[in-house]
Write a protein that binds this ligand. Sequence first.
Ligand code: URP
Ligand code: ZN
Ligand code: ZN
Length: 482
Amino acid sequence: MVIRGGTVVNAAEISKCDVGVKGGRIVALGENLTAGAQEIDATGKYVMPGGIDSHCHIDQRSSGGGRNSETFESGTRSAACGGTTTIICFAAQEKGELLTPVVEEYHAKAKQSCIDYSFHLIISDPSDEVIHKEIPKLIKAGHRSLKLFMTYPRNRLNDAEILRVLEVAKLNQALVCVHAENHDAIMYMTEKLLAADKNSTKHHAWAKPPLVEREATHRMIMLAELLDVPIQIFHVSCEEAAEEIRRAQERGLKIFSETCPQYFVLTARDLDRDQREGAKFVCSPAPRTEGDQEAVWNHVRLGTIGNVTSDHAPYNIDELEGKFWAGDNAPFSQIANGVPGLETRMPITFSEGVSKGRIDLQTFVAQTSTNAARLFGLYPKKGTISVGADADICIWDAEKEVTITQDILHHDTDYTPYEGLQVQGWPAATITRGKLVWNDGVETCEPGWGKFLARDPYDYIKPRGVLPTPFDPVFMTTDDEV
Ligand code: URP
Ligand code: ZN
Ligand code: ZN
């Protein structure tokens, strides 16, 4: 395949050249490449690394109740139509479960994936068996990131349990990703709100204000610093949390973070509708204010926030196990948390970011692809248009104007929270390991094409080698020179 006449945009450089693809990999970059068996005209378009969405929930039991609407087939199809060629989703353990059968279950489901995938392992029950036997084996098999929740009753870990997970991650070279919100504060607020009959969707945001995110983010950073373990803070939604991360980064700590399109375009006002409509916007952290949106963009520009993910967590409105798993009149606290967004992640980020002048093209590529590849040990196989990389490519039409509506999307969820949102910039074509799966509005994905990406140890997440005391609690050694 030869992609001809486009402008190649990498996080590090921009060049006008053709791209040659053979055997699923990029084999040539240059001017006037000789004719390929398949020719793609990219004149006037950007040729970028395929998107990497490193936070999406697919075919998962919910942390609150209910079940995701999406299968791996529908979810990855919709991702590909939105320019994404790699996902990192979850194998989600619940309390009382062993981890290995859960991971096997998710591997079996993911075989229907249309694009390449990897897993974060959600640790909800860090028992001795899980920590000492299962996790080391599973990390060695290529599941090189663990995820923990500081809230949600079925998943949350207390500080002692968090330390156990940080320790096993350090010992076995894995990255820990965190949903950071203060559980007890949220529970307290929720009980009080419900007792005062304040149970509609707008009160979801009242139950979990930015300070619960700030506190948990700060606490998590302190626990990570105690053991000297790099971490990734998921879905930063507000200035308060970003400020804590920035401060830690300025002190040299390896604290990474992401945000999501919902924190660029939704606000708490979206929750202030009748229950059925408001439920479409119930996600955690809750949508904030326009001021927070600009603060989040500012931290994207500064690099405090390193990547934009979808946190795709799809629940149908009209389904027994969906948003209203607890009944049509359920209070906000029992509505499934999450919004769908695999397909709209790149267009919204491009439109709000590049088209509106908040970020440049290369920052867009870094934030939607390259930085995630580096952070999760996939670079340079993924996240770059370079000779030798997988031919995961997104050809981008920066001029195309689209009004997002449910009927143009390919997901298997019965609504989009972005109904009516106008964007400028849309993927013209998506290529996954050399296979064209989205081209000018025509989708030709193949379930089963996607391969599991086992991840080897990588330097990006090496600890700093700085501890707060002479005693190393993980390796049980003491620095005698101090
Ligand atoms: O509301 C959200 N984000 N639901 C999905 C689970 C999580 O918290 O990431
Ligand atoms: Zn979360
Ligand atoms: Zn999530």
